[in-house]
Structures are given as structure tokens and as C-alpha cells.
Design a protein around this ligand. Structure first.
Ligand code: FAD
Ligand code: FES
Length: 275
């Protein structure tokens, strides 16, 4: 059992939890994730390791309330216990010096780029960070990212802060102005990662995306998380979650992520009416 040692509201539908999981904290690296199960009847869901402390033995996760399990997790309190908390899973990010690295974070993806921004900064890179959300209240981790970034740009869909529009508009403008960028790392909704990859392709800028297919076991056994990358089948849980965005078949990923929509809707309705 894994104790929730602290809980914080980052936005109305985004919660941050520190969980006591010393063995995960001891081995965690940027880019990796955990799979948790809340209780005996719970489903397994993957969540990125946003931060960790070897000294405290804690792992920080940031959760966007998407459906039944994430809403159930969001309703848990400090002192509650999570039944299973397995990790670190997946390959760590390849952190090294590239020159100028542009990070693009959308929605909950803003929190998920944080450990990589920190690691790439420590590796001596110049950091450009572009974050975007529907509205300014959902712009999580802005202070933390602004401290680590040489340049920080903000976009909101509703014009409540920064650029009125998408994160991709900002990257497009920077590229059109001739800004030199050696690597782009994009984390957020699949459609955002697809648009960013399409944008950087003609410029020949290497673009890394962190894929979020439906996962079950997280160990390469069930095949649920398979994606097509460069014409080859890859399992995101063991070969990823990070891949070259120019090689990912995003349309296939979008279609596969929709395959349990009906079941997810029923599970959420049942949870909201019965708890
Ligand atoms: C490697 C990885 C890291 C992730 N990191 C984070 C994170 O740090 N924070 C965060 O808020 N979300 C993260 N996600 C997405 C998160 O796992 C889903 O939002 C969550 O599983 C939704 O479950 P639900 O029951 O609340 O919603 P549901 O109603 O079941 O589903 C809502 C949507 O979530 C996705 N989803 C559902 N079940 C799974 C599953 N088992 N695996 C993956 N996606 C699923 C589907 O696209 C679905 O349409 C990550 C996903 C992956 C694969
Ligand atoms: S989640 Fe089962 S193979 Fe990746």
C-alpha cells in the first residue's frame, strides 16, 4: 500500500499528489511513468513521474480528471492509500546537450515536461518553453517553468493570458522568424503532438513526443499500447513513451485511443451516480 503524503489542487480539474513510494523514487528518471491501481476493483492507469525525492522516498504525480479512475483518484485525500504503484516504467528521456531545446506543453502536459526541462537545463541547453491551456486557470507549473526557461511563451484558447490561440502558433512564428532550435520536445494531447510534428518536419528539426496510448500491463505483454512508428510496431510501455514525432502514425493512435469510449462513458456514469 502506498500512502498519499500530500495533495494539492493545481486547477479545478488537475490535482498533484505526493505518494510515499521509496523504491520508485530511488530509480526514477525524467520521462518515466508509473502504473497505479487504486483498489482491488480498480483499473490500472499510467501516470508520468512529474517529480521525486530519494531523500523523502516520495514520487509526485499530476492528474487531470479525464474519466472514472482519474476522478476517483482526485477524490482521495492526504493519508489515504493506493493499492498498487508500479514503476519506474518506460525508457528515460535521452538527456544531453543539443544547444537550444524548445519544450511544448499542452494541458496536463505542462506539468509533465517539468522534470525534462530541469534535466535538459542542467545538461547546459538553452531552454525555450511554450505552454498552453484552454484558459489561464489551467496554466499549471508556470512559475516553476519560468525559473528554468531562457524564454517562456504562453497561449490560451480563450485569450485570458498570452497569445490567443494554440501553442503551435507560437512555435510556427518563432520558426518563421528564423529562431534557431535544435530539438523540440512536445507533450500534451495527441492532436497537439501531431500538429507540432507536422510543423517541424519541413525544418528538419528533431521532434520528440511522449505518447499516451491505452495501457494495461505496462510490461510489453498485453499489446494494448502498440503504435506504429516508422512503419514498425512498437510497444509504448517498453519502447517509449518517447518517440520521434516525424515517424509516429498519429491517426492510428487516435483511432486506437477511441476504442473503449462507450465503456469509459458507462464507467464514469456509474461512478458519478453510485461513487
Ligand atoms: C505513459 C502515459 C503517461 C501518462 N501520464 C499522465 C499524467 O501524468 N497525468 C494525467 O493526467 N494523465 C496521464 N496519462 C493519461 C492517463 O493515463 C489517462 O487519462 C487515464 O488512464 C484516464 O483514465 P480514466 O478512467 O480517468 O478515464 P477514461 O474514461 O477511462 O478514459 C479517458 C481517456 O483516457 C485515456 N485512457 C483511459 N484508460 C487508459 C489507460 N489505461 N492508459 C492510457 N490512457 C487511458 C483514453 O484516451 C480515454 O479516452 C498518461 C498516459 C500514458 C500512456
Ligand atoms: S501496456 Fe501492455 S504491452 Fe504495453
Amino acid at each position: 500500500m502506498y500512502k498519499i503524503v500530500s495533495k494539492k489542487d493545481l486547477a479545478s480539474n488537475v490535482k498533484m499528489f505526493k505518494v510515499y513510494a521509496p523504491r520508485v523514487a530511488a530509480k526514477a528518471k525524467p520521462g518515466q511513468f508509473i502504473i497505479l491501481r487504486l483498489h482491488e476493483k480498480g483499473e490500472r492507469i499510467p501516470l508520468t513521474i512529474t517529480d521525486w525525492s530519494k531523500e523523502e522516498g516520495t514520487v509526485t504525480i499530476v492528474v487531470l480528471e479525464a474519466g472514472k479512475t482519474t476522478k476517483e483518484l482526485a477524490s482521495m485525500k492526504e493519508g489515504d492509500y493506493i493499492l498498487n504503484f508500479v514503476g519506474p516504467l518506460g525508457k528515460p528521456a535521452e538527456v544531453k546537450y543539443y544547444g537550444t531545446v524548445a519544450f511544448v506543453g499542452g494541458g496536463v502536459g505542462i506539468a509533465l515536461i517539468y522534470p525534462e526541462v530541469r534535466a535538459f537545463k542542467e545538461a547546459g541547453n538553452k531552454i525555450i518553453t511554450i505552454i498552453g491551456a484552454r484558459t489561464k486557470d489551467l496554466l499549471i507549473f508556470e512559475d516553476e517553468l519560468s525559473k528554468l526557461s531562457d524564454e517562456l511563451y504562453v497561449a490560451t484558447d480563450d485569450d485570458s493570458k498570452g497569445h490567443h490561440g494554440f501553442v503551435s502558433d507560437i512555435l510556427k512564428k518563432l520558426l518563421e522568424e528564423g529562431k534557431h532550435i535544435d530539438l523540440v520536445i512536445a507533450v500534451g494531447p495527441v492532436i497537439m503532438m501531431k500538429v507540432i510534428s507536422d510543423l517541424t518536419r519541413p525544418y528538419g528539426i528533431k521532434t520528440i513526443v511522449s505518447l499516451n496510448p491505452i495501457m494495461v500491463d505496462g510490461t510489453g505483454m498485453c499489446g494494448s499500447c502498440r503504435v506504429t512508428v516508422g512503419g514498425e510496431t512498437k510497444f509504448v510501455c517498453v519502447d517509449g513513451p518517447e518517440f520521434d514525432g516525424h515517424l509516429v502514425d498519429f491517426d492510428n493512435l487516435i483511432a486506437r485511443n477511441r476504442r473503449y469510449l462507450e465503456e469509459e462513458k458507462i464507467a464514469l456514469e456509474r461512478f458519478l451516480s453510485h461513487g
